[in-house]
Design a protein around this ligand. Structure first.
Ligand SMILES: [Zn+2]
Length: 63
């Protein structure tokens, strides 16, 4: 199970998602462990997560 995200972590992950729209590399790092943030895109949603398994993850729908 993933630990619940704080408001600040959500803000950082949203920033990473925005950045991925115009940049190849995301400069935003994981707020918990400092690893890379990766975006996995689906047809109508995307997942923003830390590259480290089991760290943090956020799913977004309806964009
Ligand atoms: Zn992490």
């Amino acid at each position: 199970m993933f630990v619940e995200l704080t408001q600040n972590e959500i803000k950082i992950l949203l920033q990473a998602a925005t950045e991925s729209n115009y940049a190849d590399e995301i400069s935003v790092k994981c707020p918990r462990c400092g690893s890379k943030i990766i975006i996995i895109e689906y047809e109508k949603s995307y997942v923003v997560r830390c590259e480290k398994e089991g760290c943090i993850e956020m799913t977004s729908r309806g964009i």
